[in-house]
Ligand binder design. Structure first.
Ligand SMILES: Nc1ncnc2c1ncn2[C@@H]1O[C@H](COP(=O)(O)OP(=O)(O)OP(=O)(O)O)[C@@H](O)[C@H]1O
Ligand SMILES: [Mg+2]
Length: 243
């Protein structure tokens, strides 16, 4: 179980404190899928980065299975079982897709395993294995590759920041199947940050983050009707289609 307690993040901007995350607390149960949604600039990615140790909170703590991991570095959190896929994946010039997958898996992956992970996100291994992870890959290719690297290793909890961004409809359907399978296996907890109705529909619970605060956090059945009725603002794609 992941437990986030009273996180506060007030970075300095031009010498002035900016309030980005305000006293946010929530838990993610084992095997649960929590979907975080909310308006642009609400603080979702920042919250994810605070969980992964990419940003450092001013206050608050994070526990995994009862252990305080607040002081852990990024690599220590990864070793403790947190997987992370960025909203905008970083590129690694000079590194091949094959090498990146092996690094992500933590062992030298045989070619057939690399192929499995790539085909799981709709990428043809023959075309991609020896390509460099540089800016010759399109945005959608990078997103799918990054998701494959997270899927290449078992985790306790995986955080995917807008996995749908820039992905074509066919590949998106494959990703949805991957998430459904991970969720059905119940071996990993999932945090999906998304504006996509089809992903939001998969959630056990939905958390709406707005202005750095939790605007709503409850079961899908309780939160979704509010999203559809736009009580919480225009936060999800297709929100105009009433349930
Ligand atoms: N280190 C920082 N210093 C100053 N401002 C920051 C910093 N990190 C994030 N912000 C600001 O915090 C706000 C929240 O950003 P964040 O990326 O978390 O939003 P988001 O909810 O993920 O939005 P989106 O849906 O567009 O991805 C934004 O206004 C952003 O510019
Ligand atoms: Mg974001």
């Amino acid at each position: 179980m992941l437990e986030v307690k009273n996180l506060v993040f007030h970075p300095l901007e031009n010498g002035l404190e900016k309030s980005i995350i305000e006293d946010v607390s929530f838990t993610v149960e084992d095997g649960e899928m929590l979907v975080i949604t909310g308006p642009n600039g609400g603080g979702k990615s920042t919250l994810a980065k605070l969980m992964m140790g990419i940003e450092t909170p001013d206050e608050g703590s994070i526990f995994m299975d009862g252990e305080d991991i607040s002081h852990y570095r990024i690599d220590e959190r990864a070793n403790a079982g947190i997987g992370f896929a960025f909203q905008q994946p970083p590129r690694f010039k000079g590194m091949t897709v094959r090498r990146l997958l092996s690094l992500a898996a933590g062992c030298e992956l045989p070619e057939n395993k690399c192929c499995d992970y790539l085909s799981g996100v709709g990428l043809c291994a023959r075309e991609y294995l020896d390509r460099e992870v540089d800016n010759t890959l399109s945005g959608g290719e990078m997103k799918r590759l990054e998701i494959a690297t997270v899927l290449a290793k078992p985790h306790k909890i995986c955080i995917f920041d807008e996995p749908e961004a820039g992905i074509d409809l066919w590949s998106f359907s494959m990703l949805v199947k991957q998430f459904e399978q991970l969720h059905a296996d119940k071996k990993e907890s999932l945090i999906l940050i998304s504006h996509q109705e089809r992903i939001i529909q998969m959630a056990d619970r939905i958390m709406v983050v707005k202005d750095g605060k939790i605007e709503a956090l409850d079961t899908k059945e309780k939160v979704l009707p509010g999203l559809m009725n736009e009580d919480i603002g225009c936060v999800c794609m297709n929100a105009s289609h009433k349930a």
